[in-house]
Design a protein around this ligand. Structure first.
Ligand code: NDP
Length: 405
């Protein structure tokens, strides 16, 4: 069995640590390191296996290399923040360790997350005979694997994909983001973007939206908003014949109201302002006063539904399919002390790591999820807590086309 170092002890780090610990035949030794060691210790105390804990500043390459040299793991699982992706990739190259993450790099001073920063590391990883797997969460991650599965088994040509992410959970608080508020707010205050006929089309933030009737009665009718999301950047390259890719996410009217007010008063800005002689980024300050997403776990009830609606051709006939997962917040909390948002990210992170460590997915270089065989990953989703279904996609595509053709 193998050794992993997990970096990051937030909501996702907690789930990854729990899930890796449940698979000792693959994850023989687990080191959990983060900026604040006490958070690692708190997670380790919940788990019935030895978890080694360390503190590390993942922005510091030399410090991370020293940690990696001390433990000599087979893989580093990065579930810190997107800002740490490049320093952690550098550290992995220097220490000779494989790399995996769940979100693409974003410069702190420029909210333009893109694979353009990480893809150029491909040749360095090839030369070092190391592998980097990018985006092994749910979206990106499982959504990319759903696409690879559809391409392999359901279609000869996929023409359109609509990725739809619904969180129908309720935490009972007036306002809270369900993962890192800074990353979440940066994502949804940005312009919307979708890919069509070979180019990106831009919309105003949250401009395009519609009601969508989900395939589960506890999710039912929700307003979905078109956003840019990072998996489209790799999928538009890797899905052959693809004509359109869109990404949609649900938000409640209450969430939108709060967000509008915060934005109107300037609290979502990332440029620092001078406050009594100190430079403070409003969004970072906002993060400090909002509820810690980790504290929502015991409060959140309800379900998530994330999946992809496909339209394309099979054996000369037009076909539609919808592949999705339903996840229950309270069941996740009972299992790993986290709500479904962290769970749906952390389980695929464990599975991606398992694919690498068991060499089911093994290549030198930097890769996205859809570049590998989806079958063993899809099997593991069923096995480790994120079962999926494939249903006729026509009624779902028709709803989208009726409003936003
Ligand atoms: P949290 O904010 O809850 O946790 C982040 C953790 O990283 C904290 O423990 C934090 O430490 C640690 N960290 C931050 N900076 C450093 C640093 N310089 N060195 C060491 N540790 C550091 O975030 P989440 O757990 O919610 O998210 C983790 C990642 O997962 C993010 O990249 C996020 O974008 C991604 N994600 C991906 C999704 C997907 O579906 N693909 C969905 C949701 C999230 P401290 O507490 O001390 O600050």
């Amino acid at each position: 069995s193998k050794k992993v170092v997990i970096i990051g002890a937030g909501g996702v780090g907690r789930v990854v640590a729990h899930k890796c610990a449940q698979v000792p035949e693959v994850f023989g030794e687990i080191v959990l390191a983060s900026r604040t060691k006490a958070k690692c210790d708190a997670i380790a105390a919940e788990i019935d296996r030895e978890i080694i804990t360390e503190s590390v500043d993942a922005d510091n390459v030399a410090e991370t290399v020293a940690l990696l040299k001390k433990y000599q793991p087979d893989l580093l699982i990065n579930v810190a923040l997107p800002y740490q992706d490049l320093t952690l990739m550098e550290a992995c190259l220097e220490a000779g360790v494989d790399y995996m993450d769940t979100a693409n790099y974003e410069p702190k001073d420029d909210p333009r997350f893109s694979y353009e920063y990480q893809w150029p590391y491909h040749n360095k990883f090839v030369d070092a005979k190391r592998m980097a797997l990018l985006g092994s969460g749910f979206d990106p991650g499982v959504t990319n694997v759903f696409c690879a599965y559809a391409q392999k088994h359901l279609f000869d040509e996929i023409h359109t994909v609509d990725i739809i992410d619904a969180n129908a959970g309720d935490h009972g608080l007036p306002f809270a983001t369900n993962f890192n508020p800074e990353i979440n707010i940066r994502e949804i205050t940005a312009k919307g973007r979708y890919w069509q006929e070979g180019e990106w089309k831009e919309t105003e933030p949250m401009e395009v939206h519609q009601t969508f009737n989900f395939p589960h009665p506890e999710v039912a009718d929700r307003e979905i908003y078109l956003l840019y999301h990072e998996e489209m950047e790799s999928l538009c390259k890797h899905l052959k014949g693809i004509k359109r890719l869109r990404f949609w996410m649900t938000f409640s009217p209450n969430y939108i109201n709060h967000l509008n007010v915060l934005q109107n008063v300037g609290m979502t800005a990332i440029e620092p302002v001078d406050f009594q002689g100190q430079q403070i980024a409003p969004l970072e300050f906002l993060k400090a006063v909002l509820p810690d997403p980790g504290s929502l776990g015991p409060l959140t009830k309800g379900k998530t539904c994330i999946g992809c609606v496909f339209d394309g051709i099979k054996d000369g006939e037009r076909k539609q399919y919808y592949i999705y997962n339903i996840c229950d917040h309270q069941e996740c909390y009972a299992e790993v002390k986290s709500q479904a948002i962290s769970y749906t990210t952390g389980v695929p992170a464990m599975i991606g790591a398992k694919m690498m460590l068991t060499e089911k997915w093994k290549k030198d270089g930097v890769f996205n999820m859809e570049q590998f065989d989806p079958d063993p990953f899809m099997d593991d989703l069923n096995k480790y807590g994120l079962p999926w279904q494939v249903v006729d996609g026509k009624p779902f595509l028709d709803q989208l086309l009726a409003k936003n053709p």
